[in-house]
Design a protein around this ligand. Structure first.
Ligand SMILES: Nc1nc2c(ncn2[C@@H]2O[C@H](COP(=O)(O)OP(=O)(O)OP(=O)(O)O)[C@@H](O)[C@H]2O)c(=O)[nH]1
Length: 606
């Protein structure tokens, strides 16, 4: 879902100030492609027709710079040029800096207002460290002279010029000093709070969205007024109990149907950590979306409706409690926190809590979770007891353990391979305004990226230049595995980027596989059969061509070679042929296999 498109209208002067200094720019005289040259000449002619030749401040160079900046949009260029003349006049009087395109409100201020946090956010520390590699701080920026800014713009525009025509359009080059990202990251590490992604899973209507809405509300991310507004709106359509869930379920369809469809992403932080919530849909029609969430998660919160019959419904063969838990485990999630929810409906019945804990422990153990990585929290998302605040006094006399939020704080994110080849699955693609025509977002799974890098999004083969990076909505020079980022790209059209594509550096691209072996956990009986292979949100048709062996769940050794079938719950090695469009898969990619609307297996490419 694209609700987190907090898009920044970048300010060119600010952007280029960051790159100030000769050391960052080379190749000033790179040429444009013939097509761009033609657009430039046409734009120049049309602008001259409108504003004439007698405005000394508007030189041909200035017009060309502006056209380049606005991607040859004549109308916007004219508006900017005319405004800049007016502004220069005013600024001459004030003796301040020259006019630039209008500034967007500070991203930081917007983010703060949205989150309701006061004072520097913990992430500011790492972002400050990331920004330091630019060698400039904000105060320095504002003190820069007009001349410096103009030179900087000139250099920046030159730096963004397209090179000589080749078979594929060459993306713009941003020539700059390479940063040693691993070293910078190591330096900033001790000052930062780690971000952990948690996926919220569970049977439909278990109360996942309500519980997370409660978490965001009670931790101050969502304010009272917003909740009141949701309550009134929810009452209008006869769904008053869904008000808290609406903090996460934001599309019209989600609200009227009362179900989560896409993964909602929200962030909150405590004194000890920063968390990004991926609220996955419980409904089985939306399992592929849930898979995409699980693939990015550090740990899972499994929400269980404890009310009579409901826990059992979620736990049966068609229920999502089991399916989700198996899925997240086979996607590599090791830590699971079970929120035994809706206990308010049962007067906080300890026997029911114990019964659910006992059955779930047994099941989660067979699913491959170690007991030290499981925990059970009695709670009610609706009343808020034991989510952020302790239960009201005397309400749950038999429980003295942590609240849900305290338990989350003990769950550490998994260590990431930041020095390896870049891999980031795109979760969103959108236009970010004139200055950021194409922006993609996602979580860096492996490796690192910095401004100026050339990337491709596999299975596509179009190249693009990373023109700007935002980590958790703050501008940064670099980002590493584990960061949730937005990459502003130059030199690529939106339709060459798809949700689910894998972003790689051009020198270490992922080569899509046609046939491969995978180590999988079977949820249903498997034979050589037709399947759909899911990698995040991408999927392709395929076939299990060979059952290679069944494996011991404890130590992974072969228990039987060439079995005739693989039973539910077995760990196995199988051979798969992709018959549909190639999928961006490589060793270590997480996949899910589905057949006839059921998830039949999940695992990892070997
Ligand atoms: N009594 C009670 N009701 C709850 C609690 N949590 C959720 N509910 C209700 O259960 C219903 C479903 O809640 P949701 O939060 O939408 O459930 P969900 O798991 O997110 O649903 P999907 O996203 O469709 O899978 C709503 O009517 C909620 O008000 C709780 O702790 N106690």
């Amino acid at each position: 879902m694209s609700r987190h498109k907090i898009v920044r209208t970048m300010n060119l002067a600010d952007e280029l100030d960051d790159y100030d200094g000769d050391e960052y720019y080379e190749d000033e005289n790179e040429g444009m492609s013939p097509a761009d040259k033609a657009k430039m000449a046409d734009g120049l002619r049309r602008i001259r027709e409108v504003i004439g030749d007698d405005v000394p401040a508007i030189t041909n160079d200035k017009i060309e710079e502006t056209l380049w900046y606005y991607y040859f949009d004549v109308e916007r260029s004219i508006t900017y040029l005319l405004n800049s003349v007016g502004a220069t006049e005013k600024k001459k009087q004030k003796k301040t800096a020259a006019a630039d395109p209008p500034k967007a409100p500070s991203q930081k201020a917007a983010a703060k207002a949205k989150q309701g946090f006061e004072g520097p956010s913990p992430d500011d520390v790492v972002i400050a460290a990331q920004s330091q590699s630019k060698g400039l701080n904000k105060t320095q920026k504002t003190e820069k002279s007009t001349a410096a800014t103009t030179t900087s713009i000139q250099k920046g525009i030159d730096g963004l010029k397209i090179g000589e025509p080749s078979e594929k359009p060459t993306p713009p080059k941003i020539a700059r000093k390479k940063i040693d990202v691993v070293a910078e990251y190591e330096k900033s590490k001790s000052k930062r709070k780690e971000n952990a992604n948690l996926v919220v899973i569970g049977h439909v209507d278990a109360g996942k969205s309500t519980l997370m809405g409660r978490l965001l509300y009670d931790s101050g991310v969502v304010d009272e007024r917003t909740i009141q507004k949701y309550k009134q709106e929810a009452e209008k359509i006869g769904k008053s109990s869904f008000a808290l869930a609406w903090v996460l379920d934001q599309t019209g369809e989600e609200r009227t149907r009362g179900v989560t469809i896409d993964i909602a992403v929200n962030a909150f932080e405590t004194e000890k950590g920063r968390f990004t919530i991926l609220d996955a849909p419980g409904h089985r029609d939306f399992i592929p979306n849930m898979i995409a969430g699980a693939a990015q998660a550090d740990f899972a919160v499994l929400v269980i409706d404890s009310s009579p019959g409901e826990f059992e419904a979620g736990f049966n063969i068609r229920g999502q409690t089991k399916e989700h838990a198996l899925l997240v485990r086979s996607m590599g999630v090791q830590r699971i926190i079970v929120a035994v929810n809706k206990l308010d409906l049962l007067h906080w019945d300890q026997d029911r809590f114990d019964e659910i804990r006992q059955q779930m422990t047994q099941f989660l153990t067979t699913a491959g979770f170690q007991s030290k990585n499981m925990s059970f929290i009695p709670c009610s998302g609706l009343t808020g007891d034991n989510i952020v605040r302790k239960p009201k006094e005397g309400l749950v006399p038999w429980y003295s353990g942590p609240t849900l939020i305290e338990e989350l704080e003990t769950a550490k994110p998994v260590a990431k391979a930041i020095e390896k080849a870049l891999r980031m699955t795109i979760t969103d693609v959108y236009r970010g305004g004139v200055t950021n025509p194409v922006t993609i977002s996602g979580r860096i799974e492996v490796g690192n990226v910095q401004v100026g890098d050339t990337i491709i999004a596999v299975p596509g083969d179009e190249r693009a230049t990373v023109k700007g990076i935002e980590v958790d909505n703050e501008a940064a020079e670099w980002a590493v595995a584990g960061n949730n980022v937005q990459l502003h790209l130059a030199g690529i059209e939106m339709d060459h980027l798809k949700i689910g594509d894998v972003v790689c550096h051009t020198d270490s691209p992922l080569v899509p596989l046609r046939e491969f072996e995978a180590k999988i956990l079977a949820f249903e009986s498997l034979t050589p059969m037709m399947i759909d292979i899911h990698r995040g949100r991408l999927n392709a048709s395929g076939r299990i061509t060979k059952l290679v062996a069944t494996l011991d769940k404890g130590n992974g050794t072969i228990t039987k070679k060439k079995p005739r079938h693989i039973g539910p719950g077995s760990l196995a090695m199988i051979n798969i042929l992709v018959t549909g469009a190639p999928l961006p898969l490589e060793k270590g990619s997480k996949i899910v296999l589905r057949a006839d609307g059921l998830t039949v297996a999940a695992g990892v490419v070997e």
